[in-house]
Design a protein around this ligand. Structure first.
Ligand SMILES: NC(=O)c1ccc[n+]([C@@H]2O[C@H](COP(=O)([O-])OP(=O)(O)OC[C@H]3O[C@@H](n4cnc5c(N)ncnc54)[C@H](OP(=O)(O)O)[C@@H]3O)[C@@H](O)[C@H]2O)c1
Length: 310
């Protein structure tokens, strides 16, 4: 099968086309014929892309751990899915990903694709919606009436966080810039702060929860706007490398969750959650898309690779 995989370690990471054997689903695994895969550019630098689970150097990783596609084959002891099902979801960060004709996953990591979405649109959803969902509901434990600050509200994760915070009856405040300011208001933000024009801490205080997708100085300045007892959540990749204990405590990595994917799909199909695709790139352009050298990046949402038909 055709894949796009990372070049040798030690060089600037790019993706190279390669021909590899089609994987075979083992116990508890499902083979997916990939139709589209989401792109997270920073993924080429992530630890699981460059290391194995055992900590040794990893070479030739296939990126793209969120996808939309069709169930092609079932391994042993698999229930709840059938060959031919159209599904979206995640696969293991350490496994070969979905910038490939086929990838392996587990039934508990996928759900029926939102019927109202194309495969390309559906592939942009899993990581971002689950990150927002788990950050707001499980970590920040938001409730109706809370004041919730979302940093990076116009980003791929932030746009779901703003919508979920709004739909949960919170007072949602989002930071964004330029056209993003109007965009987050259209998503349901009660207040939008242009982070390039003013400092958010001069505009607001006493929030019940901060959901941060930016990290660094933005996160550092956010502690002072939290109410006593308020909850801080950060998902920004640079927060993952923090040494400060309170940042480590606030950071988490998204986990696959079938039930949450099912609930998100229902909300999408009912028109309660909107999905935005920044651009769809052909399979052959995946490398350029990961390195930021292709595709119009002026829109909102995530980049996606169309895998079938290449
Ligand atoms: N831990 C996890 O499980 C997990 C999961 C998913 C993503 N992530 C991480 O989360 C981060 C965001 O991911 P993403 O996919 O949403 O990225 P993205 O689509 O690039 O969005 C980032 C957003 O942040 C905004 N921004 C930049 N600087 C800002 C500032 N100082 N104040 C407020 N907003 C600012 C950008 O707006 P402008 O366009 O105005 O610059 C952009 O809209 C990344 O670091 C990613 O690696 C982590």
């Amino acid at each position: 099968m055709h894949v796009m995989r990372v070049n040798e370690p030690g060089r600037e990471p790019v993706l190279l086309a390669a021909e590899v054997a089609q994987p075979c689903p083992g116990d508890g695994e499902v083979l997916i014929r990939v139709r589209a895969a989401g792109i997270t550019p920073s993924e080429l630098m992530w630890y699981p892309t460059t290391h194995t689970k055992q900590g040794t150097t990893r070479t030739g990783a296939v990126p793209g751990h969120e996808f939309s596609g069709t169930v092609a084959e079932l391994g042993s002891n698999v229930s709840g899915v059938a060959v031919g099902d159209e599904v979206y979801g995640l696969n293991d960060w350490f496994a070969d990903g979905a910038t490939a004709e086929f990838c392996l996953t587990r039934p508990e990591w996928i759900a029926a694709k939102p019927a109202s979405l194309t495969h390309e649109a559906a592939a942009t959803v899993p990581i971002s919606v689950l990150t927002a969902w788990q950050g707001l509901f499980e970590r920040a434990r938001i409730q109706a009436g809370d004041r919730v600050l979302v940093h990076g509200g116009a980003g791929a994760v932030g746009l779901f966080a703003v919508q979920l915070a709004h739909r949960s009856g919170t007072h949602a405040i989002a930071t964004a810039s330029g056209r993003g300011v109007d965009f987050v208001k259209r998503l349901g933000a009660d207040e939008a702060i242009d982070y390039r024009a003013s400092r958010f801490e001069d505009q607001i205080d006493a929030v019940d929860a901060v959901f941060d997708t930016v990290g660094g100085e933005t996160l550092e300045r956010s502690w002072r706007v939290l109410k006593p007892g308020g909850r801080m959540v950060t998902v920004a990749s640079e927060s993952g490398a923090a040494t400060e204990q309170r940042v480590k405590d606030a950071f988490f990595i998204v986990e696959p969750n079938r039930k949450q994917l099912e609930e998100a799909a229902l909300m999408i199909d009912r028109g309660e959650l909107r999905v935005f695709v920044k651009a769809t790139v052909p399979f052959s352009d995946a490398s350029a898309a990961y390195s930021g050298k292709s595709a119009d990046r002026s829109g909102f949402g995530k980049l996606v690779v169309a895998v079938s038909g290449h």
